[in-house]
Design a protein around this ligand. Structure first.
Ligand code: ADP
Ligand code: MG
Ligand code: MG
Length: 379
């Protein structure tokens, strides 16, 4: 899922977003690599020095689903032009500053962030500049191959990757001097309300047979969310916020987690959240991969579901071991995992209804597999 619902503050800038082939992105990268200011006059925050790139360097786009407009320059640098530029503050520049200070490297090396102003005068995030990862495929490609082949060893790598990210997010830096907070009673009440709203909205927006199935299972789904009201004392960190397999790249040198834009389907959420929220999303994305393998690749449904269950178990074990190896086992509040998984499926249904109807089969397939038959005939 690669949703976007962030609206700019004020009317969109009259300037056109650069596109691959028009030379504007190479000109920007060349200027940044020389240490010059951006030719477009934007302000720049730098994280790492860029490799030398000429203004005449080759530009190309990506041939995958994406929310924003990313341009690869010289097969070495990626510029993600945010479309439209969202108002500051945005999580990505702060995340880049933090991950750079704490030395987290399992990502595309961040080079710079460009900020500008909307026509309404609000400060906006215009572009993010990072290293290009050669031979990268995202999880909607590489993980579907794993599902089709029935392999699950990769899930241990993903679990360690997520644990490493969360341990890094829990390490103090100048960007986040106090990176860990503790949930008070109000905070966890807020999660419960937010999850109940997501269920209500999913019920309201999902029509036809799927809607009828959801209505029959509404009380079971609501019961699955109840654990969210009992988690005062849970540690909170800045999470990734949109951690699914599509944000994990497998490239020439291993795995990388990218796209720190936060969750575009949840506005106004506290940036401090339980680590379990990211882990729940990553785990359910493996179940979505199984659904993709069934529908698009003709995988046998029973085998694909068994694959997803095993891959998820491997992921969770490696994640727990990873946190323990970093000395941070307390970051995972286990009781939140199940409820956040149900909430995530509701969010996928809302996203499908609003932006991508053909995605509905994936969360519905997951929910039908998790709550089989029981009330089917008695409705
Ligand atoms: P969006 O916010 O538009 O989803 P992402 O940052 O997730 O943008 O990038 C979209 C896709 O572009 C990724 O799924 C991946 O296929 C490709 N991509 C992004 N950054 C890189 C990179 N640094 N190296 C290689 N491929 C990348
Ligand atoms: Mg993305
Ligand atoms: Mg994104």
């Amino acid at each position: 899922m690669n949703p976007s619902s962030t609206e700019p503050d004020g009317p969109p800038s009259p300037e056109r977003t650069p596109t691959a082939g028009d030379g504007a992105t190479a000109a920007l990268v060349a200027a940044l690599s020389r240490g010059d200011d951006p030719p477009g006059g934007q302000a720049v925050v730098r994280f790492h020095p860029l490799p030398p790139v000429r203004a005449t360097a080759h530009e190309r786009g990506f041939d995958v689903d994406q929310t924003n407009n990313s341009v690869v320059v010289d097969e070495r640098v990626v510029v993600k032009w945010l479309t439209p530029p969202p108002p500051l503050p945005q999580p990505a520049p702060q995340m880049f500053a933090h991950l750079t200070s704490v030395g987290f490297t399992a990502t595309a090396l961040p080079y710079a962030a460009l900020t500008g102003r909307s026509a309404g005068g609000a400060e906006t995030l215009v572009a993010l500049v990072t290293a290009y990862l050669p031979e990268a495929a995202d999880g909607w490609e590489w993980c579907v191959e794993e599902a089709v082949a029935g392999r699950t060893a990769f899930a241990a790598d993903l679990g360690r990757l997520a644990a490493g990210l969360h341990a890094a997010m829990a390490t103090p830096s100048p960007a986040f001097p106090e990176p860990v907070r503790v949930a008070d009673g109000d905070a966890d009440g807020g999660w419960a309300a937010r999850a109940r709203d997501a269920l209500a909205r999913a019920l309201e927006l999902t029509c036809g047979e799927d809607g009828a199935w959801l209505a029959r299972h509404a009380s079971e789904l609501a019961a699955g969310l109840r654990g969210l009201g009992r988690a005062a004392g849970t540690p909170l960190i800045r999470i990734h916020g949109d951690l699914h397999v599509g944000q994990t790249l497998r490239w020439r040198e291993g795995y990388a987690v990218i796209d720190f834009d936060g969750n575009p389907t949840v506005t106004g959420a506290d940036p401090f959240q339980p680590a379990a929220r990211d882990l729940a999303q990553l785990g359910t994305s493996l179940e979505h991969v199984a659904q993709v393998a069934i529908l698009r690749r003709g995988a046998d449904p029973a085998r694909a579901l068994a694959w997803a269950a095993e891959a998820r178990a491997v992921l969770l074990t490696a994640y727990r071991e990873g946190l323990a190896a970093h000395g941070r086992p307390e970051l995972l509040e286990e009781s939140l995992l199940g409820p956040f998984e149900i909430e995530q499926e509701c969010r996928e249904l809302i996203y499908a209804a609003l932006h991508l109807p053909r995605w509905r089969y994936a969360p519905m397939g997951v929910l039908r597999a998790r709550f089989p038959h029981r009330t089917e005939e008695t409705a």
